[in-house]
Design a protein around this ligand. Structure first.
Ligand code: HEM
Length: 137
């Protein structure tokens, strides 16, 4: 029962993180002739995505570590290690973006390379899911 509850929270955190990651990708795709300038709205959305990504990755790590220890002691093998590598890259990226973002907001917005980091983050997330499913199949 505890294991199932933790796994539900693990997967719900994945849903939360996926929403944030895709939201950031949609923001960078939302350029075009029909695009209306709405800097206040975009800044507010960025903040929601950034904070929910942080909540999601912390929850994934806490519940993931508990799941691994409770059921298996630990999990070995290439696919789980690959999943953990992508989860670590995501954690570093999200913590760094959350650390930098308030300063960028004061100076008028994030630097030009940040959209590429959001794409990298989405790739890390998808890769972590793929390796998670293979690891436990
Ligand atoms: C980006 C971060 C993460 C994502 C996207 C993610 C995704 C997933 C997914 C989709 C599953 C379900 C796999 C399946 O049952 O087929 C899963 C299960 C699991 N995850 Fe994660 N996870 C993440 C981080 C972590 C971390 C950091 C750990 C441990 C250190 C972890 C440990 C586990 C364990 C042990 C299970 C399997 C539980 C079982 O036996 O059913 N996860 N994860």
């Amino acid at each position: 029962m505890i294991f199932a509850t933790l796994k539900i929270i693990h997967l719900l955190a994945l849903v939360l993180g996926a929403g944030a990651s895709l939201g950031n990708v949609y923001l960078l795709l939302a350029k075009g002739p029909a695009d209306l300038p709405a800097p206040g709205l975009v800044a507010a959305l960025r903040q929601w995505y950034r904070l929910s990504a942080f909540a999601a990755i912390v929850t994934l790590w806490v519940t993931g570590l508990l799941l691994a220890v409770m059921r298996y002691g630990w999990v070995s093998g290439f696919t789980f290690n690959a999943k953990l590598t992508f989860a670590t890259l995501l954690l570093l990226l999200i913590v760094w973006l959350n650390f930098m973002a308030p300063g960028w907001a004061r100076r008028g917005g994030p630097p030009g390379y940040v959209p590429a980091l959001h794409v990298a983050g989405a790739v890390f997330l998808v890769s972590a899911v793929v390796f998670a499913v293979i690891a436990f199949a």
